[in-house]
Design a protein around this ligand. Sequence first.
Ligand code: SAM
Length: 229
Amino acid sequence: MAFTPKISVVSHRDRKASNKPDATITPVALTKKQKRLLKDKNRKRILENVTKGGVCVEIGVWRGKFSKQILDIVNPLHLALIDPWQHFGDADQSDAFSGRTKEIQFEEIYQDVCKDFADQITNGQVSIMRELSNTAIAQFEDGTIDFAYVDGDHSYDGVRADLENLFPKLRHDGIIAFDDYHRFGWWGDGVLRAIHEFIGQHPSQCRVLMVEGAQIALSKLGPLPNPEA
Ligand SMILES: C[S@@+](CC[C@H](N)C(=O)[O-])C[C@H]1O[C@@H](n2cnc3c(N)ncnc32)[C@H](O)[C@@H]1O
């Protein structure tokens, strides 16, 4: 059944009460379920632009919900699922995703993901890399990834590092997409700033392909056409 969000306009007073600086760009109040459905729809739109049968990576897998969508829509030749499934006790990370989950829960979640994708792991379509993104990405050859989805460490440094490490690994016309392209979470402006800075520093090597709600997808451009040719 098609999903049609019930739209209710947020009043000026509600906007003030929400105390969120970006409230003006999301003038709709959605229930949790509606938000989830909308996110699924937005991510599906991005996946529909990804070349089928290529090499995909997902950084930050959690329970593998989006990994299933990648398999269903893109049917990649290979999908690498990258996540340490590990609790980081760092005080700075206390509000972060990994800081809120206990070590034992991570172990259970990791085991469940392995079970859920057991068939694809056996036939070689999926690999699980239980490690941080920086060491995992380093294992890919340059120019070999068709699609990367970044949803791991949302801090400025984390997103920046993932982008810098992944970009050379993408094929020309490859897509790198990010979740949580907004300023509502513990990461503040980290996701936005890291992406915007990268685009500014590589103005002719990438372009914004789409922004769908809190999803942003960039595509890697090939060499500039030779005007003499
Ligand atoms: C928001 S969840 C991912 C949700 C998943 N992409 C989905 O849509 O279902 C974030 C995950 O990122 C992982 N993570 C945090 N820092 C990471 C890093 N540096 N490298 C890889 N994964 C990381 C956490 O362990 C957590 O499982």
